[in-house]
Design a protein around this ligand. Structure first.
Ligand code: F6P
Length: 527
């Protein structure tokens, strides 16, 4: 399947990205305007033939059919026997969504209305601080979006406690007033050790301060029984079905803290943005489909060219948590070694995703991106306008830097130009040659840019849904299950067995030498 596209990549390798702009229409031909956003992938080595070959792969692997099966509520999460319908959570004015013949939309709407009612009450009441206690998909989405939508946050302050490291909750509680703090315990399973440990610590903190628990906790979970056992009254438990995966769950109850911060109206705008991207994904032909093209460009770089990582570089400081959010979305979804039928993959699985906002990254790791020996495909993002009209000059600089980076990566700087620069600085002879070589930029390094009008709730919804569907398309082409996460289990099991060992209550005898040595060190310092 990949042979033809690899052959094309080899055949086109002699032509640089810059040279491809000899075609005056390249920018328009290798970009897509959809849902009010522009995705420009012209600064890559893709040509018409390789794009066509990739689109063929998408066709023959049945991406469109699998997409339709997902939206139709089929149990496409085959290892867990579940439908995948987070899209129903943002199906604001769409039709019925059937699971096993029953329309799930009335319950989705009812839950959204209940969330809005509580959010309004909280926003009108005396709660000053909301602490979302959750981890992974029960933390990263709302934490990312709360920061992203700060200009819209006119409700209580939100805090996100995730780590089982006591430092996380201790540092958060230190700043809070127990009388005006609300804890939102977010856990799909309501069994996750980090979350339940932090939630118990929150309870103990209230006890210590002499504040009753009643009215101080809300639960967000698909395990309503466990939430009830935990003593949270039914009207303060917001459930969601097992067809919402943890890392796809910020559109429903897991988004409650965000809704409290920005209000139900802005939260609905966020959902509407996601819904618009769903409609685009469902209806646009593959060659004009933004999630499909984003996925294919990613696969061109990873599975075809062999670049093992990709950098997500938002030139939008409020998207500082987006790379971490995408790490879970992409790597927990597509970091799999076997296909649906259990066979070992014959191409690499999803790439390592990492990143930081620009311009900060420029003063840190961009050195490697520009001159290191590994090629890192970069995904730039930037808004045409910021939220600080009085600081327009900052935004101009931000945009200029974003565009400059993709241009620099593509153009590079040859040895002759580097020599001229060094000669102008007064270097001569061998020293000029040596200095010049340090100033060469290989160039021809690929990047894409996603540009949008402004980081509003609606645009954020579109961006998140775009990336969700990109992950879906990549998973469909690789024929892997993007919706389970068995790879997180082994570590959890071992941690359980190691807990009594690190407290000294059980021997480390059956452990390997390294683990025993590390345990001994801990025990020495525990005293
Ligand atoms: O350990 C991984 C994981 O299961 C994620 O998939 C999930 O988002 C996270 O843990 C938290 O799970 P829960 O919401 O059930 O607490």
């Amino acid at each position: 399947m990949w042979d033809e596209v690899k052959r094309l990549a080899g055949a086109g390798a002699g032509k640089s990205i810059l040279a491809r702009f000899d075609n005056a229409n390249r920018a328009a031909e290798f970009s897509l305007n959809a849902a009010g956003m522009l995705f420009d992938y012209s600064k890559t080595q893709l040509d018409e033939q390789s794009r066509a070959a990739l689109l063929d792969i998408a066709r023959t692997t049945g991406v469109a059919e699998r997409r339709d099966a997902m939206f139709a509520g089929h149990a496409i999460n085959e290892t867990e026997g579940r439908a995948v319908l987070h899209t129903a959570l943002r199906n604001l004015d769409g039709g019925p969504v059937l699971v096993d013949g029953a329309d799930v939309m009335p319950e989705v709407r009812d839950t959204l209305d209940r969330m809005a009612k509580l959010a309004d009450d909280v926003r009108a009441g005396d709660v000053t601080d909301v602490v979302n206690i959750g981890i992974g998909g029960s933390d990263l989405g709302p934490a990312m979006a709360y920061l992203a939508l700060k200009p819209y946050a006119d409700g209580p302050r939100c805090h996100f406690v995730s780590n089982v490291d006591g430092a996380d909750i201790a540092d958060t509680l230190r700043t809070l007033d127990p009388e005006t703090t609300l804890f939102v315990v977010a856990s799909k399973t309501f069994t996750t050790i980090e979350t339940m440990t932090n939630a118990r610590t929150a309870k103990a903190w209230l006890d210590d301060k002499g504040v009753r628990h009643e009215g101080r906790f809300v639960a967000l979970s698909s395990n309503k029984e466990k939430a009830a056992e935990w003593g949270i009254s039914e009207d303060r438990v917001f459930g969601f079905a097992d067809w919402v995966g943890g890392r796809y769950s910020m559109w429903g109850p897991i988004g409650l803290s965000l809704m409290m911060a920005i209000g139900p109206k802005a939260f609905r705008s966020f959902l509407r943005g996601g819904q618009e991207m769903d409609r685009h994904f469902l209806s646009a032909p593959l060659h004009e489909n933004m999630p499909v093209l984003l996925a294919l460009v990613g696969m061109w770089h990873n599975q075809v060219m062999g670049h093992a990582t990709r950098a997500v570089l938002p030139y939008d400081n409020r998207l500082a948590r987006l790379p971490a959010y995408l790490q879970q979305l992409e790597m927990e979804s597509n970091g799999k070694g076997v296909s649906m039928d259990g066979r070992t993959l014959d191409v690499p699985s999803g790439p390592v995703v990492w990143g930081e906002p620009g311009t900060n990254g420029q003063h840190a790791f961009y050195q490697l991106i520009h001159q290191g020996t590994r090629v890192v495909p970069c995904e730039f993002m930037v808004a045409a306008t910021g939220h600080e009209p009085d600081l327009g000059h900052h935004h101009d600089l931000l945009v200029a830097n974003c565009l400059a980076q993709s241009e620099a990566l593509m153009r590079g700087r040859g040895l002759d130009e580097a020599r001229e620069i060094c000669a102008a600085k007064g270097f001569e002879g061998d020293e000029l040659e040596r200095q010049a070589r340090h100033r060469v930029f290989p160039g021809d390094r690929p990047s894409t840019t996603l540009i949008y009008p402004q980081l509003t709730p609606e645009i954020l919804g579109k961006i998140v849904a775009l990336y969700e569907h990109r992950v879906f398309v990549e998973g469909a082409i690789l024929n892997i299950n993007s919706f389970d996460q068995w790879g997180v289990e082994l570590g959890k099991e071992l941690a359980k067995s190691l807990e009594p060992v690190v407290t000294g209550d059980a021997p480390a005898g059956d452990k390997d030498g390294s683990t025993r040595q590390l345990v001994d060190y801990v025990l020495l310092y525990r005293g």
